[in-house]
Design a protein around this ligand. Structure first.
Ligand SMILES: Cc1cc2nc3c(=O)[nH]c(=O)nc-3n(C[C@H](O)[C@H](O)[C@H](O)COP(=O)(O)OP(=O)(O)OC[C@H]3O[C@@H](n4cnc5c(N)ncnc54)[C@H](O)[C@@H]3O)c2cc1C
Length: 291
């Protein structure tokens, strides 16, 4: 097996263009498992760890965060958790401390598993994936267009993920995940919500309940119109109930070893109601403080 070790981003893109079949490796927490279990034996590995830019993040002039694909979960939680609470909550549920030390959102996107924990909060926050190739330069792909099928994403063979672009939270965000135990577990299903008060809009992300992570669009539209953004009142039981139903209807899960389709749908409606209640209570509290 050939081992390519570019030292710069330009060299990494050139290496990928020269050998499109080379498998990028960042934290290796997916790639090495597949190699160890002989799922794949790629002709070449493209080690991105020496590429310093991938491990950095910055704030763009419009306030958007641009997070290098190689920033590990542990740094995302510690250094960006205040600005990205939904993504940080999801990151805290990934694997174990060892996995969070090595694993990255870039790798989660590269693997594109429907159960990947970063996907629901990325969808709820309208994140954009920055892909790049040496031939065509930068391509900005909204998260909602990135997931193409089970473990398939929108990257072309000569492209690499450079960064994730995501706006800092402008309102409450929550992530909830059901597993067969409390840690080191792949999601049976998961759900993320983000309130965007300035736009009077709600974002959602549903994980592990369809061939790809997806938004619950009808639920978002219903709730965005239903919430009393200027008021301070509690959430109406009927609105929370209907939101849960619409999230459930957005899912298209299967029965598998982790759970049945019926269980996943039920769990999603419960998680949707719960996370909405937490988010709305936080929103009301900030309005109380502001008045
Ligand atoms: C014990 C264990 C527990 C786990 N628990 C969880 C969990 O709870 N939740 C969860 O979501 N995942 C979990 N995972 C899976 C894995 O840790 C995550 O998917 C992680 O985000 C992968 O990141 P990585 O940097 O290690 O990726 P890698 O293994 O390096 O790469 C993963 C994929 O992304 C591609 N890739 C990496 N970087 C780039 C790039 N810049 N451009 C293009 N493609 C790229 C690789 O080629 C590969 O296809 C677990 C894995 C293990 C071994």
């Amino acid at each position: 097996m050939e081992f390519l070790r570019p030292l710069t981003w330009a060299d990494a893109l050139a290496a990928k263009a020269g050998q499109p079949a080379a498998v990028p490796i960042q934290g290796g927490t997916d790639v090495m498992v597949e190699i160890n279990f002989d799922v794949h034996r790629p002709a070449a590995l493209l080690d991105l760890n020496p590429v310093r830019e991938l491990a950095e993040y910055e704030t763009l002039p419009d306030g958007t965060l641009r997070i290098g694909a190689g920033v590990p979960y542990v740094r995302l939680i510690a250094e960006l958790g205040d600005r990205l609470p939904g993504l940080a909550q999801a990151s805290r549920t990934v694997g174990s401390p060892q996995i969070r030390n090595r694993g990255t959102v870039g790798g989660n996107l590269g693997a594109a598993s429907p159960a990947g924990d970063s996907h629901p909060p990325l969808l709820a926050s309208d994140a954009v994936i920055e892909a790049e190739s040496s031939a065509r330069g930068t391509r900005l792909i909204p998260a909602v267009d990135f997931y193409k099928g089970v473990k398939r994403n929108a990257l072309e063979p000569d492209e690499l993920i450079r960064a994730i672009r995501i706006a800092p939270a402008s309102g409450p965000q929550y992530f909830s995940k059901i597993g067969t135990r409390n840690a080191m577990v792949i999601a049976v299903c998961s759900f993320a919500i983000a309130l965007h008060p300035a736009e009077r809009r709600v974002g959602t992300g549903v994980g592990s309940a369809a061939p790809t992570p997806r938004r619950a669009t009808a639920a978002e539209e219903f709730l965005s119109a239903e919430l009393d953004w200027d008021g301070r009142g509690p959430l109406s039981v009927s609105a929370a109930q209907r939101f849960g139903e619409l999230v459930r209807e957005a899912a298209a899960p299967i029965d598998d070893v982790r759970g049945t389709a019926d269980y996943r749908k039920h769990a999603l409606s419960v998680m949707a109601r719960r996370t909405l209640t937490w988010a709305w209570n936080d929103y009301r509290a900030t309005r109380e403080e502001a008045s």
